[in-house]
Each structure stands twice: as C-alpha cells, then as structure tokens.
Design a protein. Structure first.
Length: 380
C-alpha cells in the first residue's frame, strides 16, 4: 500500500496482490481507492434515470446465472411491440427519465423459428434490424436517448446502432475461457467467448463509440481472473479511449437458475474488486449497481465508485427482478451521507458528449436538448 502513487494507475502485479489483501489491510485499500476517486471526480456520484426496455427475452445463450432469458413457449417469453416500447418510453419521459435502456437476448432468431416468425410479422429481417428501428423510434418520438445492450456486434452493426444511440454496451464479464466448460457458467453460451466480446469492444473503439463494459464477479472466476479482466479493459481503453464506464457487478443467486446453489461473492470480495478497479483505472468511470448490494450499497462509495448506473423510477430490473432499485430519494440521502452529491447524467457520460454530437443530425439535436452546459442531464 505504501508504494501507491496518487493519480497513477497501479500495475497488474500490484492489483494481483491487493485483490487478495487481508481483512486488516482492507481499510487501507478502500482509503486509497476513495482518494483516487476524489482526485478523478471529487464530491459527486452520478446516476442515469432510465426506463428498462426488455425488447425480447428470447436468447440463444444459456448462461448458468441468467433468469432473464426464455425459450419460446416459456412462461413470460415476450418480444415487445413498437407500441409497447413507445408506451414505456413516454411514461418514463413524464418521470424525468433520459435513458432508454434496451436489453435483449443475443440473436434468438438463429435458433428459434418462432422468433423468425415474430420478426417477419413485425417487418424486420433480424433482431438487430428491429432494435435499430426501435432505437430510432424512441429517438424520434420522445426525448429519451437509447442505450442498447444487444450482445455481440459486427463493425457494421456498431456503426448502424451508433447512428441512433449515443452509447452502447457489452459486459466483457470475464476473460477466463474455463467458464465455457460443461456445467460452468458459460456452458452452452456461444456468445460469451471472451475473444469475441473483446473484438466487439475493440471494434467500437475503432469507431470512437462511447462504450460501457465491465466484469461479473462470483460466477466461477478467481480473484486473479478479475484483475486480468480489468487489465484487458484498460488495455483497450488505452488504445482507443472509448470506454466510458466500467461496471463491477456481483452475481446474485436466484431460485430457478442452474447456479441456484452457487455461493454469492462476499461483501469483502465486492469491495476489493471495486477498489482494485478504481486503482487500476484511476481516470475511468467505475459503476456498481446499488440494488445488487442492498441494503449496504453505500459502502461501495468507500471503495471508489463514482456512479450508481441506471436507476428507474418506473420499470424493474428485468435482469435481477428480485432486487428492486432503491428509491431515488433514498439513493440521494445515502449518497449525501457519504459526503457526495448525487447528480443525474445522460446514458453517455459528459466527457463523450461532444464527440457524439458530430455523429448525426437527429442524435445531435436530442443530445443538445437533453444535456446542460457540462454534458450532464439538464435540470427539469
């Protein structure tokens, strides 16, 4: 700990030591991370007020921890219609939301004829064509800014979606290929191959698209794997400068998943992962979802986060439906109790707004209307 230099990123070797620090050394690790956050963005924790749009929960991947995905015919299997998308987006607009978060299964039409029929009926060739149209619909008909999380993307699709959304995301999750083995978390999940996900993130960087990514902890990876995942993210950002946000997300057990009896990561593991992320990435936005660390989520501030992620006053967290968002007033009070001011941002971070404004006329118009002079969400 004595070798930490203020404002400088720690080495991979230091991170490997620190992520295994003792309970006695944990307070010093947290203090270093909190100090690094204060040098980066002092006194402020941000969040994005969003609506969650589960465009389709059909998915060709079968991840061991996922309760979101469905097969056709399963209870709750659904693909939203354009009318449903607009209804939710307009309701969110009335509540001061600025982000339309599109979450969806990865290319379900490749294995499900029912999805191909749904798309044919809607008038689209693929799920990505439908997503593109719905992003444009929200952009044209509301003041919300789309943020799609569609899974793996080609360079062409990154370019197409970037024309109708200021930012997009794909969780790297882990660089550990052992999780693709039988009975591991990513068994029977062809889109979770780390090299494929790294390629999508890199292709976004080549096009200067603001990109959200991150790691998922507690799915069978080691503490060392967490460091390697963060280092891979750092290397891509050093090359392209496009990663607007790194999420540190903890696995939570759910009753109906293959990993229902899997141990959840401990509070200490989560705090260590966040703190090491901050020290490895001292000048990058670090986010951890408050609902997945409730009721003690304010401790994440001590570990160096500067953002709570998307929080919705309207829609549930469809990925973790058993973990409701904190009420925004409660989030504000807990943030202030840690000596920070809670501020609403847009789905694209302020430091990336100017580059996005040059991308397209409609997108630029919507972004200028939504952003204040500092690139944050304009006060209602």
């Amino acid at each position: 700990m004595a070798n930490l230099r203020p404002g400088e990123a720690i080495s991979r070797e230091a991170a490997l030591r620190l992520i295994r620090c003792s309970d006695e050394d944990l307070p010093a690790l947290l203090a270093a991370a909190r100090a690094a956050k204060e040098r980066f963005k002092p006194g402020v924790i941000t969040y994005s007020r969003k609506v969650f749009l589960p465009l389709t929960n059909l998915c060709r991947d079968y991840c061991g921890y996922c309760t979101f995905r469905r097969d056709p015919g399963d209870a709750g299997a659904h693909t939203m219609t354009p009318e449903e998308v607009l209804e939710v987006a307009r309701a969110g607009e009335k509540l001061g939301c600025t982000e339309a978060l599109f979450s969806l299964g990865d290319k379900p039409e490749l294995i499900f004829p029912e999805m191909r029929e749904t798309l044919r009926r809607l008038g689209y060739k693929s799920t990505l064509h439908y997503l593109e149209a719905m992003c444009e619909l929200v952009l044209r008909e509301t003041n919300l800014l789309p943020h799609p999380n569609p899974g793996l993307l080609s360079a062409e699709w990154i370019e197409r979606l970037a024309a109708v959304s200021p930012s997009m995301g794909l969780m790297l999750e882990t660089t550990n290929t052992a999780l693709l083995a039988p009975r591991a978390a990513h068994d029977n999940a062809p889109d979770k191959v780390p090299a494929k996900r790294l390629r999508t993130i890199e292709d976004a960087g080549k096009q200067n698209v603001p990109f959200t990514t991150g790691l998922l902890i507690g799915i069978g990876e080691s503490a060392e794997d967490r460091v390697e995942t963060l280092v891979a993210i750092r290397e891509l950002h050093e090359r392209y400068g496009h990663i607007q946000e790194v999420i540190v997300q903890n696995f939570r057990v759910k009753p109906a998943i293959p990993m229902a009896h899997w141990p959840e990561p401990s509070r200490g593991e989560m705090l260590r992962a966040v703190a090491v992320a901050r020290l490895l990435l001292p000048k990058m936005n670090i986010q951890a979802p408050p609902n997945l660390s409730a009721p003690y989520y304010e401790e994440l501030v001590d570990a160096g986060i500067n953002d709570w992620g998307g929080v919705s006053p309207l829609t549930p967290d469809y990925i973790n439906p058993e973990k409701p968002w904190p009420h925004l007033e409660q989030l504000r009070l807990r943030t202030e109790a840690k000596g920070q001011v809670l501020r609403q941002r847009l789905p694209v971070y302020p430091e990336f707004v100017q580059a996005v404004e040059a991308r397209g006329v409609l997108l630029a118009e919507r972004l200028r209307a939504a952003a204040d002079d500092g690139g944050m969400a304009r006060a209602a």
